[in-house]
Design a protein around this ligand. Structure first.
Ligand code: 13P
Length: 253
């Protein structure tokens, strides 16, 4: 029995308008009202955050954002700060998703600044890490993950990281239908936990939640979550339909 409460998080990416997001959120509130022993989070697009916060108010579903800027305010046209997310009702923020790294230039240094900013704003950061297919084939997986963890968490203390979550999302498994095998995922999660142990100590390594992301669906969730070092899932495609996402949230039943 794991001591860490699993987190099933839905990353809605650039899908759903405000009204559509509210419709899905209301449905999800109904469908997940009976869940216990699992935490649920949804991350709609920025423009839907406040409306969705109202729709899920009083339920056990938490709200997350998909990104933030590292400054608190200023002349940064188009950007959104941690305080703005907190004020909109967010408790979580996804940082360093591979799509941000690939298309929007989020480097490990930027990711580190964003993690720090999220913590200052009282948000729980979900730090995403993961290797590409080419890196895996070249046997670089562990080096890449080591670098992403070391740089992403640079200058942070054990105390800072109590609310941090790490999400391992192999880039080759995102939206492709290719899921990492349970053994591949477990091997990486254990490795990441050992990095945290070395950097921050055993207590944090044991309490830190490490999520798996990449083509998680109702047919594979139970097996993945059964692995000792997998503490939840960060879900893209299968989080968009409330019925399907609710099945993932209910993986224990
Ligand atoms: P899919 O579940 O669609 O593969 O996406 C995973 C993901 O990127 C979640 O952040």
């Amino acid at each position: 029995m794991k001591s860490r409460t699993p987190l099933i998080a839905g990353n809605w990416k650039m899908h759903k308008t405000g009204p559509e997001a509210v419709g899905s959120a209301c449905k999800l509130v109904e469908l997940t009202a009976d869940t216990a022993g699992v935490e649920t989070m949804i991350a709609p697009t920025f423009t839907a955050l406040s409306e969705v916060a109202e729709a899920i108010g009083g339920s056990q579903i938490r709200l997350g954002a998909q990104n933030l800027h590292w400054e608190t305010h200023g002349a940064f046209t188009g950007e959104i700060s941690g305080d703005m997310l907190t004020a909109a009702g967010c408790q979580y923020v996804i940082i360093g998703h591979s799509e941000r790294r690939q298309y929007f230039g989020d480097t490990d240094e930027i990711v580190n600044k964003k993690v720090t900013a999220a913590l200052s704003a009282g948000l729980n950061p979900i730090l995403c890490i993961g290797e590409t297919e080419t890196q895996r084939e070249a046997d670089e997986t562990f080096n890449i993950l080591d670098k992403q963890v070391q740089k992403g968490l640079e200058d942070l203390s054990e105390n800072d990281l109590n609310t941090l979550v790490i999400a391992y999302e192999p880039v080759w498994a995102i939206g492709t239908g290719k899921t990492a095998t349970t053994e591949q995922a477990q091997e990486v999660h254990l490795f990441v936990r050992s990095l945290i142990d070395k950097k921050f100590g055993k207590a944090l390594a044991q309490s830190l939640r490490i999520l798996y992301g990449g083509s998680v669906k109702p047919s594979n969730v139970k097996e993945l979550m059964g692995m000792p070092d997998l503490d939840g899932a960060l879900v893209g495609g299968a989080s968009l339909d409330p019925e399907t996402f609710s099945q993932l949230v209910h993986f224990q039943s």
